[in-house]
Design a protein around this ligand. Sequence first.
Ligand SMILES: Nc1ncnc2c1ncn2[C@@H]1O[C@H](COP(=O)(O)OP(=O)(O)O)[C@@H](O)[C@H]1O
Ligand SMILES: [Mg+2]
Length: 250
Amino acid sequence: MISAVCLQHITKTFRMSDYADSQQVRGGAFYALDDITLSIMRGSCTVIAGANGSGKSLLMAIIAKLEEPSSGAVEITGKVGLVFQNADSQILGETPREDIAIGVRGKNMTKAERDTIVQSALTETGLSAKADFPSRFLSGGEKRRLAVAGVLAMNADILIFDEPYANLDYKGVSCVNTLLLQLQAKQKTIIILTHELEKCLKLAGSLVVLKRGNIVFNGTAREGLQENLLQWGIHNPLGSSNSIDDLLWL
Ligand SMILES: Nc1ncnc2c1ncn2[C@@H]1O[C@H](COP(=O)(O)OP(=O)(O)O)[C@@H](O)[C@H]1O
Ligand SMILES: [Mg+2]
């Protein structure tokens, strides 16, 4: 198997006096990520779970090369596309069609070629009917799909979703998951950062749990369910059910 993401001994430190009491402080530095070694296989779906502040978003920023690690090595094979937690911050165009087009750049690309790429991203994400609608009137779920359309049009092959279920109702969650299933079928490498395992764990081959900047669990999703997730600040997703097959809102 070929890895899409290979992180070796990544640390990310900040100099901050506010964290004086934190268990994450050593030698005057706050270790937001502390010696992270992680491989993510091409075409896999990985859920990275952890309580707020555990380091999920920072890890995403490092994989996307938006942040430099303080130490360690990052090797990424493929183009990374991010779907941010706050979809609004990612939408720049007045309409979905304009918005997607902003990310489509290529040397010698004709307008017709660009239009075709934009149209196929709209179709794939089920947004064709709203292509020329004002972006600001889209629902939360549609905005998230628009963000996905943007990364698809960029031709990203590693897609990272930061808290994709935040502020979405059941229908919104189901729309995101339908899209994730389609992306999975296209062999995209998918990384979902969330603590809401009940909504998506069935999609994941692997589960990685972060706590205070450390990886405290890295195994299959099924193995993860055998653990006491609460000790890591994650709600156990198995309620009355005891099957991973129920862990997908669709
Ligand atoms: N630019 C920054 N400066 C200082 N501390 C930061 C910065 N970015 C993140 N942190 C800290 O690093 C830790 C991990 O943050 P983050 O990755 O956003 O957590 P999560 O996404 O899991 O909620 C938090 O304690 C956060 O306050
Ligand atoms: Mg975050």
